[in-house]
Design a binder for this molecule. Structure first.
Ligand SMILES: Cc1ncc(COP(=O)(O)O)c(C=O)c1O
Length: 416
């Protein structure tokens, strides 16, 4: 194949753009106009959000859905509804977006970080067991990148230690394990519909559960502490207005129609790309456990072992970008290394979380390794293209590998 790398003046593999995101059309336009003209723009007056709540919950075999303003607030509401109190410890992965852990701080509890498995990039049950204490009250597994976490092992641990399990399913719309949807496997699950997500309305979130008491608590907390039998200005618990709006509800109802076929496409393409690039030395796509019946590929993730590949991750990313493949290295730090946690900059609200944990002592070597030198992310919309698109990405990796010596020489001459 391979001519000179695009980074070094050669012709890029890819000049056409990949699929852009979001995808929308006439149904979304009609839905927005319908809400606009109805004059019912808030959840309590209209029916778009409640329709979506029911549809999304039912799709997961859950009886209850509660639409909220984003997937950060939904995590905090789940923690509050689960009865998590000051000084309670909540185990979270150290490789995740900020919200999984900051929601715990905001709920006035203490996030405890556990490491991920180096091959699946999901919470490692052995690491969870290592950080359990008598104060542990909950666990938040993230289905990272859209691949369901090892819920069988995690639920066993939870049962043994009487923990509430809150699934952070922000990446996992449409994913499943043993044909059971991600989000239906714990006690309550939180989804995000923020712009980048596989199901989006710009900003939004949702809680689903089969637990009646949990659902009632979530509904009350997201609606200013109201209760069904109470008067409008009667407020029963600390809470806020976290209700999702009707315009978002209308968009979500349309996007949901697209989700099934988009998820199938992403999963098919993701598996094809993974099997192609896994042939290269030092390239390790996220390992798919046999239990995973559907990966939603919010991200296509891989590790580049620079020594085995012949060029470091940073150089590979530059080369891929030059070949026309948008990508990044993802998180630069494990969460516990973020200044927020190192400095425990939680005040003024939360003196308890601030005093209880010394994050300088947290050890998560797998997460540190992939942040520092190995991880590469490709975003979900790339996987919505054709098989030929995947082959272009595969060819870009192969071309870079064939030209690794030149790439290394270039990289070593770059100013630091
Ligand atoms: C794993 C994870 N959890 C929670 C969130 C928070 O969702 P939101 O941005 O809707 O608040 C995100 C968002 O990126 C996420 O990636």
């Amino acid at each position: 194949m391979s001519k000179a790398l695009a980074l070094l003046g050669g012709k890029p593999i890819r000049t056409r753009p990949f699929t852009s995101w979001p995808i929308f059309g006439r149904p979304e336009e009609r839905g927005l106009l319908r809400v606009l003209r109805s004059g019912k723009w808030g959840k309590l007056a209209g029916s778009e959000v409640s329709t979506f709540e029911n549809r999304f919950a039912t799709m997961h075999g859950c009886r209850h859905g509660v639409g909220v303003v984003n997937g950060t607030v939904s995590l905090r509401i789940a923690l509050m509804a689960a009865g998590i109190r000051a000084e309670d410890e909540v185990i979270v992965p150290c490789y995740t977006f900020l919200s999984t852990a900051s929601a715990v701080v905001e709920a006035n509890a203490v996030p405890i970080f556990a490491d991920i498995d180096l091959e699946t990039f999901n919470l490692d049950p052995r690491s969870v067991e290592a950080v359990l204490t008598p104060r542990t009250k909950a666990l938040i597994p993230v289905h990272f990148a859209g691949q369901p976490a090892d819920m069988r092992s995690l639920m066993d641990i939870a049962k043994k230690h009487n923990l509430v399990v809150i699934e952070d399913a922000a990446h996992a719309h449409g994913a499943s394990t043993r044909n059971r949807p991600a989000g239906s496997l714990g006690h309550v699950a939180s989804f995000s519909f923020q712009s980048s997500k596989n199901l989006t309305c710009g900003e939004g979130g949702l809680l689903i559960t089969n637990d009646e008491t949990m659902a009632e608590a979530c509904r009350s907390i997201h609606n200013c502490g109201r209760i069904p039998s109470g008067a409008w200005y009667e407020h029963h618990v600390i809470s806020g207005n976290y209700r999702l709006g009707e315009f978002q509800g209308a968009i979500l109802n349309c996007q949901l129609e697209r989700l099934e076929s988009q998820t199938k496409t992403r999963d098919r393409n993701g598996q094809h790309l993974a099997s192609r690039i896994a042939q290269l030395p030092g390239i390790h796509p996220q390992k798919r456990p046999p239990d995973c019946t559907r990966h939603s590929y919010h991200l296509f993730m891989l590790r580049v072992d620079g020594r085995a590949f012949g060029a470091p991750r940073a150089a590979v990313i530059k080369a891929l970008q030059a070949e026309g493949v948008p990508c990044s290295g993802g998180y630069v730090l494990s969460l516990h290394h973020q200044p927020l946690f190192q400095k425990k900059a939680f005040h003024p609200f939360l003196p308890i979380a601030s005093t209880k944990q010394n994050y300088a002592k947290t050890r998560c070597p797998n997460s540190d390794l992939i942040c520092r030198e190995q991880c590469v992310w490709l975003e979900q919309s790339l996987l919505l293209g054709s098989r030929a698109d995947m082959d272009d990405i595969g060819r870009a990796f192969e071309k870079i590998h064939e030209n690794r010596e030149g790439l290394n020489a270039w990289f070593n001459n770059q100013p630091m």
